[in-house]
Design a protein around this ligand. Structure first.
Ligand SMILES: [Zn+2]
Ligand SMILES: [Zn+2]
Length: 370
């Protein structure tokens, strides 16, 4: 059902006091900001935020790299916490439940994409931060003490899924899970290539193994070999710049999840795919990508793209991850460390996700300013 007039008016009343870590301009420096959140609507879930992951796109948004940033900005779309209150129509959640919120907090809820469960394709999708909500206010993300979200956009954390290690799955996890599901790259015995071993790639490796696939990491960093094969459980590791290693796996892969956000030559990578193989782009290189048609046409290759996933798929992903013990590898940091964490993230100096311990540290930071 689409947002009602009553809901839009109701959302105007932002009566609830909260605090967040906000950037005031494209320098991207975060400091505490007192904000308000809307009062509890009939379909709303009120969440005390305990953890929030730091996604690479937070960095882009803070620095206005995509030229659409609104300030003050409170980023964060890998939110995990506890329900404190629910609206009178909410049946899925109750106070005390462990829940999460990912990249979106609303959509039109009435278009074809929404009806099919792909709220992520809805033209009216409202992002968790830096987006204009139905009531005209700009959304603030998870680097904050609490959030109020329509129940459709809240997922349940299974008992076995820790809030801190699970938070990054709400963006990084669904971003790789959804294309694996819809492009048939979730079948035992198939050979999956994971291009790039960062926040997205390391989770793709774990899902590939959970699906019973053979997983090969393709990376430009030889230094990541040991942990790819060890802790992350990949079956093989090849250095993309090593012509011999690349040649040895020519035409062996059923699919490649391409997580790289840089403009790299794609033709050699298509050579790794079997006939009918698929490359799925989930990274966002700045410049248009170049592919000689022959690389696609000669043996029926597919190039596809994918962006996050729908809400029912996000819940399914989290349930499956809990069942198979798939979590993100994280470094938990306090709110006082967030600017340093962002600097380190810009240099890819993290294995593989920073997660802010909002619940235990945000109040302390907020108390140090006016
Ligand atoms: Zn993200
Ligand atoms: Zn829609």
């Amino acid at each position: 059902m689409a947002p009602t007039a009553a809901e839009q008016t109701e959302h105007h009343q932002h009566t609830r006091k909260a605090v967040g870590l906000a950037a005031r301009d494209d320098a991207g420096h975060l400091s505490p900001l007192a904000i308000t959140r809307r009062s509890t609507g009939d379909d709303d879930v009120v969440i005390k935020i305990l953890y929030c992951g730091i996604c690479h796109s937070d960095l882009h948004a803070l620095k206005n790299d995509w030229k659409n940033s609104r300030y003050p900005m409170i980023p964060g779309h890998e939110i995990a916490g506890e329900v404190t209150e629910v609206g009178k129509n909410v049946s899925k959640f109750k106070a005390g439940d462990r829940v999460g919120v990912g990249c979106m907090v609303n959509s039109c809820r009435s278009c074809e994409s929404c009806d099919k469960g792909f709220e992520n394709h809805c033209p009216g999708m409202i992002l968790t931060y830096n987006s204009v909500d139905v009531d005209g206010t700009v959304t603030y993300g998870g680097y904050s003490s609490m959030v109020v979200v329509h129940e459709r956009f809240v997922v349940r954390f299974p008992d076995a899924m820790p809030l801190d290690k699970g938070a990054p799955l709400l963006c990084a996890g669904i971003t790789v899970y959804s294309p694996m599901k819809y492009h048939g790259l979730n079948v035992p015995g198939l050979h999956l290539g994971v291009l790039g071993l960062g926040g997205l790639g390391h989770v793709a490796v774990k899902f590939g193994k959970a699906f019973g696939m053979k997983v090969t990491v393709i990376s430009s960093s030889p230094g990541k070999k040991e942990e790819a094969l060890g802790r992350l459980g990949a079956d093989a590791f090849i250095v993309s710049k090593d012509a011999d290693e690349m040649k040895a796996v020519m035409s062996t892969m059923d699919g490649i999840i391409n997580t790289v956000s840089a403009n790299i030559p794609l033709t050699p990578l298509f050579g790794l795919l079997k006939p009918n193989g698929k490359m799925i782009m989930v990274g966002l290189p700045e410049k248009p990508i170049e592919i000689p048609p022959f690389a696609l046409v000669a043996t029926n290759k597919t190039l596809a793209g994918s962006i996050i996933g729908g809400m029912s798929d996000t819940q399914e992903m989290l349930d499956l991850a809990a069942k198979h013990g798939v979590t993100a590898d994280i470094e938990v940091v306090g709110a006082e460390y967030v600017n340093t964490a962002l600097e380190r993230l810009a240099k890819n100096d993290v294995r593989y996700r920073f997660v802010i311990d909002i619940g235990n540290t945000l109040d302390n930071v907020a108390a140090t300013t006016e």
